[in-house]
Design a protein around this ligand. Structure first.
Ligand code: ATP
Ligand code: ZN
Length: 631
């Protein structure tokens, strides 16, 4: 039981909450129930139907309304005396500057993306306000305390290398369902329905192996004159599951130590290809967009159970039917489609195509539900984990506002018993003296100074890698680049011209050993890039053609992580497919998990790696790019 002084401290503490989603709803409720009374919350989002299963402050009638506002109103109903200010806004907006943050005793994050977390981290470091960071992935969760100079900041340890698969595995030698799902999204789906002419790496590599004349091969995915949709679908089927697999069988070396795949041809799989099902009548009152999106091959074929694993014939029928439906019902979208996990027909196409490939290669097939989860990188959120983590955050916030700094802890919620425990807490780690965000460690940028432009450095490194929002670039005594509404036209023109300049072509050339300073006044973040000139880059492994290196110890792939990001398991090193969505989910967990994990491993002598935990409950997705970047 807290003393009167502690209860008073809790009452007057000013708390900023960022994010009013899964963790945020739990957090706001637990805060007010624990006596906190002065709270501001920021969330940029509106409520969606898919939030309702776990964001319990929201009801169906609130769909479309601001999360922050509705959360505030819901909590005021049972704690009318609380003072809650809701901001329906992005935390990166300039109004939430360092002075804004300084008004708070503590900041609590319930976010779902690394960029926003990094931004809040910098604001809190600059304002000198303690931050309690949190994250959950399925059954696994974590709450971490970050205090400048005392503990790690959110960015003290970099995220692990993202999940990757070698090209050869995807195009020729898949061995897991995920390989076939990546293939289905990136090859047949992208080729048949995606952006016209936008070849990707996988695509080019598969075409490399083709022996037919280029002209014929590059057009195989186009509908021929007088070809019916079903005839087209059958031809595509034979090409991708029959002919292409037969081609890879000719590469004898590949199969020395592997099971040989079996090509599939439509005549053998479905000797009597049935007539396409009759078109369903359009639903009264549905608008055209909704109606198009609800077109479903599986429903047309009576395959309504999304947990059912389809047979070979069922997969073949869904494949043919989904191709037919795209051609007949969604023709206007063909040529511009991107895979979207919420697009029923796209998921059906990808599920059936990946399952057919699974069957060819002797891999376990997946239900539509499971394939959708893998294809959309869906990690199913669990309301209980959010509630537990929200409790952990409030415990730490309480210690901070009551001055019990020596009692602060990092907490985990585990999926499996570890030393007979599901909940763990340890002392937070001290700051990483080599962190470029909270210390002055130098950063090195390896770049071809005779080719790269300042704009490329800004885009690929300063914004993407360093998460700087409004960069100012200083070199010697000159400002080379700046952003902001207050720039006059001349300045804008001059900075745009500088962005287009190659580094070595500035009046004082930027070359080997030059020092370029980056400053973001919004984040009160600054760092110096030590330029290292380098001519040669590996286009596949270093696709940015520039590499940022700090003294931050690199996290080895497979090193124990809460999310178990693992290194590519094949020997082939000729390609890396990075799944941004997986990376993002992983990074969230990993970044917050790592520091403490190391410490805990030291304590219990466990240096082994933990494996990925794939939860099975309620669906939520905190990233939905669904797009796999090819590096
Ligand atoms: N830059 C940002 N500024 C303000 N709020 C943010 C920002 N980035 C993320 N958020 C909010 O953080 C919350 C994270 O909640 P959660 O992880 O439950 O995601 P969700 O979007 O509600 O759910 P799902 O993505 O699973 O449908 C979201 O409500 C989101 O709007
Ligand atoms: Zn740091």
């Amino acid at each position: 039981m807290a003393s009167k002084a502690e209860r008073d401290a809790i009452k007057v503490a000013k708390v900023l909450m960022v994010g009013a989603g899964g963790i945020g709803c739990e957090l706001l409720k637990t805060l007010v129930m624990s006596g906190f009374q002065d709270i501001e919350l920021i969330d940029m989002d509106t409520i969606e139907v898919s939030n309702l299963n776990r964001q319990f402050l929201f009801r169906k009638k609130h769909v479309g309304q601001s999360k922050a506002q509705v959360a505030r109103e819901a909590v005021l109903k049972f704690r009318p005396d609380a003072k809650i200010v809701a901001h329906h806004a992005n935390v990166k907006d300039p109004q939430f500057d360092i002075d804004f943050i300084k008004r708070f005793t503590v900041v609590l994050n319930g976010l779902d993306n690394v960029e926003a977390r990094r931004h809040v981290n910098r604001l809190c470091l600059a304002a000198g306000v303690p931050l309690v960071e949190s994250g959950t992935t399925g059954y696994v969760g974590q709450a971490d305390v970050h205090i400048k100079g005392r503990f790690t900041c959110f960015e003290c340890y970099p995220p692990p290398p993202p999940k990757s698969f070698p090209t050869c595995t995807i195009t020729n030698t898949p061995s897991q369902p995920v390989h076939c799902i990546v293939w289905a999204k990136e090859l047949p789906f992208a080729k048949l329905f995606g952006e016209a002419g936008l070849a990707n790496d996988l695509d080019m590599r598969s075409d490399d192996q083709a022996e037919e004349p280029l002209e014929e091969d590059t057009n195989w995915h186009r509908v021929k004159e007088n070809e019916t949709p079903t005839a087209y679908a059958c031809r595509v089927f034979d090409k991708v599951f029959g002919h292409n697999v037969a081609k890879t069988l000719e590469m004898d070396d590949l199969w020395k130590n592997r099971q040989r795949p079996k090509p599939l041809y439509i005549d053998e799989v479905l000797p009597e290809t049935s007539e396409p099902p009759a078109k369903r009548p359009r639903t009264e009152g549905a608008n055209a967009g909704d109606e198009e999106r609800s077109v479903s091959a599986a429903s047309n074929l009576g395959l309504r159970d999304t947990n059912q694993v389809w047979s070979l014939q069922e997969n073949a029928r869904v494949f043919l039917e989904s191709v037919r439906l795209f051609l007949e019902e969604r023709a206007s979208e063909i040529g511009s489609l991107r895979f979207d996990k919420d697009d029923t027909l796209a998921v059906e196409f990808v599920t059936s195509a990946s399952n057919l490939r699974d069957i060819s290669f002797g891999i376990q097939t997946q239900s539509l539900f499971a394939a959708k989860g893998i294809a959309g990188n869906i990690v199913h959120a669990i309301a209980t984990t959010n509630a537990i983590v929200a409790g952990m955050i409030v415990i730490e916030a309480t210690k901070i506002v009551t001055g019990q700094m020596d009692k602060l802890k990092t907490h985990w919620c585990e999926q499996f018993l570890r030393r007979k425990m599901l909940l763990w807490s340890i002392d937070p780690n001290p700051p990483n003296p080599k962190c470029y965000v909270c210390s002055d460690t130098p950063l090195f940028l390896e770049v071809d100074t005779n080719k790269a432009t300042l704009g490329e450095v800004l885009q690929k490194i300063v914004k993407k890698k360093l998460a700087v929002v409004s960069p100012m670039v200083l070199f010697g005594n000159s400002i080379l680049y700046e952003t902001g509404d207050d720039l006059d036209e001349d300045e804008q023109r001059s900075y745009a011209a500088n962005a287009a300049k190659v580094l070595s072509q500035f009046p004082t050339p930027i070359g080997h050993n030059s020092l370029v300073s980056i400053d973001d006044s919004q984040q009160d973040f600054r760092c110096t890039l030590h330029i290292v000139h380098r001519d040669v880059f590996d286009e596949e492994k270093e696709p940015d053609m520039m590499v940022l290196r700090g003294e931050i110890p690199a996290v080895k792939a497979g090193e124990g992580t809460a999310n178990g990001t693992e290194a590519a398991e094949d020997d082939d090193d000729d390609l890396t497919i990075i799944d941004n969505a997986v990376q993002e989910v992983d990074a969230v967990q990993e970044t917050s998990a790592k520091a403490g994990k190391r410490k805990r491993d030291e304590e219990d002598g466990d240096h082994g790696s933990r494996k990925k935990r794939l939860p099975e409950e309620k669906e939520t997705e905190d990233v939905d790019t669904g797009v796999i970047d090819l590096l």
